[in-house]
Design a protein around this ligand. Structure first.
Ligand SMILES: N=c1c2ncn([C@@H]3O[C@H](COP(=O)(O)OP(=O)(O)OP(=O)(O)O)[C@@H](O)[C@H]3O)c2ncn1[C@@H]1O[C@H](COP(=O)(O)O)[C@@H](O)[C@H]1O
Length: 123
């Protein structure tokens, strides 16, 4: 009965907010665009222009996100952050890097202070 109640309660909260799982879904889409028509797929256009161009776009989007952050514009920062993450996924796919390798590194760092981590490198 409690389970039923919990289920009802969660239904009251409305649709679940998007989560970081969108990154994994997006990576599948990006990978699927390898070899697609650059005329109909922006991702395929990036792949056709090569690693250096993709890397340049990641840099450009990072700078655009930084500028919006410095301007204090959260809405624009969200949009530029989405552009940055998308182009970073394209760069990973171009190099054959699975996102799980990045998620693993982040998980391994959980609970370890960045200050302590840096000190451990010096000792
Ligand atoms: N998340 C994105 C995404 N974010 C940004 N962009 C595109 O990135 C481009 C950035 O444009 P810019 O003006 O910054 O640069 P540019 O047009 O490359 O021109 P230059 O850099 O050469 O000046 C725009 O065309 C955006 O639409 C994206 N394109 C695609 N996706 C995702 O990828 C999926 C597949 O898209 P296609 O590959 O186009 O089918 C889409 O359904 C989305 O989920």
């Amino acid at each position: 009965m409690a389970e039923k109640k919990t289920a009802d309660k969660s239904a009251e909260k409305g649709p679940a907010l998007p989560s970081a799982e969108v990154l994994d879904r997006l990576f599948v889409t990006v990978q699927a665009r390898k070899g697609a028509d650059p005329e109909t797929s922006y991702t395929a256009k990036l792949f056709s222009r090569g690693t250096a161009k993709i890397a340049q776009k990641v840099g450009e989007e990072a700078v655009e996100a930084i500028l919006e952050a410095v301007r204090g514009d959260k809405t624009a920062l969200a949009a530029e952050s989405a552009d940055l993450l998308y182009h970073l996924l394209v760069l990973w796919a171009d190099l054959g890097l699975d996102p799980a390798e990045v998620w693993t590194r982040l998980a391994q760092r959980e609970g370890i202070s960045g200050i302590d981590e840096k000190k451990s490198r010096k000792s």
